[in-house]
Design a protein around this ligand. Structure first.
Ligand code: NAI
Ligand code: MG
Length: 357
């Protein structure tokens, strides 16, 4: 595949439910900003989804990973829809992409935008500004295990977790370098009081990587206490490095603390850039509000800004973020999840207008 200068080839996978609605909205914003900043996003649309699974028995074709390999980035909506078990949709598409492309960092920045009333009384934008660095290729999300004694009263399931030195070191190093970049503090989410093998190992590696980065302050906190800290003292949370499952749970909590799941973006990053990275919202396909035109497109638009940043289009990325800030900070255009009445299209048009495009 040849790449023209000033052109970024992007594979778009809108997926299911509101994934399709917010992806269209975000692509519109990204195309507008690209035009203003003198570059082109060369999109190719993929229909990989639960709908495709129902039709063909596969979320994506057998050579799906190879098809994606040559793109500069992947822009994913969300997958999952009632009728297809969630483990089929996630393990049939999202998780294989994350692993094949060694997107071992799931970067999930969350902050309270001026103009949004948070669910926590008395908190403002300076209190809520955190980044979840979630390990994205191993941990609790593992295929090792099985169901036994099926169909008997003694039926049981075994689900193994995988914590490798290599896997932990690389995500923790990323968290420290990210904290250094933003002048922050790293907190490790642990549970070494309950999980007797994996989490003491996680803590050991965290101590080693902390010792390598004495200039960056750090601490560790049990995941249960950390959820309380996030709600009671969000100002004491900055960069959190967490295992796959803990990071997933914490990022929905962080998004809720900042007002809504509808504003939280996410990057599945391959820091070495040997493979494409993938950008998506933290939220899922939200079947409860799908196809009603009311989903908040902000998370997907901000995921697009993260993608532009990754592609080196930093000015364009900043312009998208500023347009979102302007709409939230100095207009009353709000989607339902943020207490307003605007639909997906109105919210998108408001952001486009602030871009001037
Ligand atoms: P969800 O994130 O889709 O929805 C949770 C709640 O937040 C719902 O009430 C929904 O209406 C609301 N919400 C989410 N995004 C919103 C937005 N942009 N604007 C306004 N409201 C929004 O999580 P849920 O319900 O657990 O999962 C639904 C499906 O999505 C499942 O099939 C699940 O497996 C899948 N999923 C897929 C993900 C992905 O593709 N990365 C991530 C999480 C879930
Ligand atoms: Mg999640």
């Amino acid at each position: 595949m040849t790449t023209t200068p000033g052109t970024h080839r992007v594979a778009a996978i809108p997926g299911d439910g509101i994934g399709t609605e917010v992806t269209v909205a975000a692509q519109k914003v990204l195309d507008a900003v690209a035009c203003r900043h003198g570059f082109t996003l060369d999109w190719r649309q993929f229909d990989w989804s639960c709908e495709r699974y129902v039709r063909t028995g596969q979320m994506m074709p057998a050579d799906g990973i190879d098809q994606l390999r040559e793109y500069d980035a992947i822009f994913l909506g969300a997958v999952g829809f009632p009728g297809v078990p969630d483990h089929v949709s996630l393990w049939g598409l999202l998780i294989p992409i994350r692993r094949a492309f060694q997107q071992y960092v799931n970067l999930r920045p969350v902050r309270l935008f001026p103009g949004i009333t948070p669910p926590l009384a008395g908190r403002g934008p300076s209190d809520i500004d955190m980044v979840i660095v979630r390990e994205n290729c191993e941990g609790e999300y593992s295929e090792i295990g099985g169901r036994h004694a099926t169909g008997t009263p003694h039926e049981f399931a075994v689900q193994e977790a995988v914590f490798s030195r290599h896997g932990m070191e690389r995500v923790m190093r990323f968290a420290f370098s990210h904290a250094q970049h933003r002048g922050g503090h790293v907190t490790s989410a642990t549970k070494s009081n309950g999980l007797i093998h994996s989490m003491p190992f996680w803590d050991q590696i965290f101590h080693e990587i902390s010792a390598d980065n004495p200039q960056i302050s750090s601490d560790q906190c049990h995941i249960d206490a950390l959820t309380a800290r996030m709600v009671l003292s969000p100002d004491k949370v900055d960069v959190v490095v967490a295992s796959n499952l803990f990071g997933d749970i914490l990022s929905d909590l962080a998004a809720a603390v900042a007002g809504s799941l509808g504003i939280a973006p996410s990057g599945n990053i391959n820091p070495e850039r040997t493979h494409p990275s993938m950008f998506e919202s933290v939220h899922g396909s939200a079947p409860d509000i799908a196809h009603k035109g009311i989903a908040n497109p902000t998370a997907q638009i901000l995921a697009g800004a993260m993608m532009l940043d990754h592609l080196g289009e930093t000015d364009a990325a900043a312009a998208v973020t500023k347009a979102v800030e302007d709409v939230l900070g100095s207009s009353d255009v709000r989607t339902l999840d943020l207490g307003g009445t605007a639909g997906t299209v109105e919210m998108t048009e408001a952001i486009l207008a602030r871009l001037g495009g």
